[in-house]
Design a protein around this ligand. Structure first.
Ligand SMILES: O=C[C@H](O)COP(=O)(O)O
Length: 256
């Protein structure tokens, strides 16, 4: 049976944010009540330097806090990395893996992304696994092939709708102000839904599929109304509490 999917609004701060920015996190945490969060889950992924203090700030709020990447191993000689266990130890509950900026800047392959997602699951975290095509891949008509390949290689076989979220982020839409046509997003999400159902059965029906790429308060209402879009992964517009809260309120309105 397909259950009602609780949407997820996730903010990814990327390499932005210092202690001064904690006021933004606090403002978001204060704006979201338990009753609202039952309708639309909210998550912020600040840089690792703010993780622990951010979870402490959100102690009385349903705002979830997550990290932007994790190492595939539990511990060891990996200078500069953090493990999924460390994220859980800081009371983080989510981790983004396979973001295109990690794939581009650090050469994360889909196989490595799967190992990271498995590490996240082992630590009790929910993994947000990012997939998406480049501009060249879209122009050459390979969008669906790319999504198929990335999902096949990046999503662990035993994934569940509770421990895994898939984020469709066309690389060319990230931070550019460019957003795909509604039909293009709908087609990508319909493909991902069918592919996940074929791979995972009922789990695939209930897994949340986020859209990410230049989402903002002005276009959020349209994006969240697209079939099989169960949430947004927001970069730039998550840095200011007023923008993130505006998107969150648009989501609440949509679910009312
Ligand atoms: O993780 C977030 C995405 O990369 C989207 O970033 P953006 O909203 O700044 O385009």
């Amino acid at each position: 049976m397909t259950q009602k999917i609780r949407p997820l609004l996730a903010g990814n701060w990327k390499m932005n944010g210092t202690r001064d920015s904690l006021t933004e996190i606090k403002a978001i945490a204060d704006a979201i009540g338990e009753a609202q969060a039952e309708k639309v889950e909210a998550l912020l992924c600040p840089p690792a330097t703010l993780l622990y203090v951010a979870t402490a700030l959100c102690d009385d709020s349903p705002l979830a806090i997550g990290a932007q990447d994790c190492h595939q191993h539990r511990a060891g000689a990996h200078t500069g990395d953090i493990s999924a266990e460390m994220i859980a130890d800081c009371f983080g509950t989510y981790v983004i893996v396979g973001h295109s900026e990690r794939r581009r800047d650090h050469g994360d392959s889909s196989e490595l992304v799967r190992a990271k997602a498995e590490a996240a699951h082992a630590a009790g975290l929910t993994a947000i696994i990012c997939v998406g095509e480049t501009a060249e891949e879209r122009q050459s008509g390979h969008t669906i092939d790319v999504l198929k390949r990335q999902i096949e290689a990046s999503v662990p076989r035993g994934s569940t709708a509770d421990d895994t979220v898939i984020a469709y982020e066309p690389v060319w839409a990230i931070g550019t102000g460019l957003v795909p046509q509604e039909e293009e997003i709908a087609a990508a999400h319909a493909f991902m839904r069918a592919d996940l159902v074929a791979r995972l059965g009922r789990t695939g029906k209930n897994m949340r599929l986020l859209y990410g790429g230049s989402a903002n308060p002005a276009n959020a209402a349209v994006l969240i109304g697209i079939d099989n879009v169960n949430g947004l992964l927001v970069g730039g517009a998550s840095l200011k509490s007023v923008d993130f809260i505006a998107i969150y309120n648009a989501y609440l309105k949509h679910t009312a």
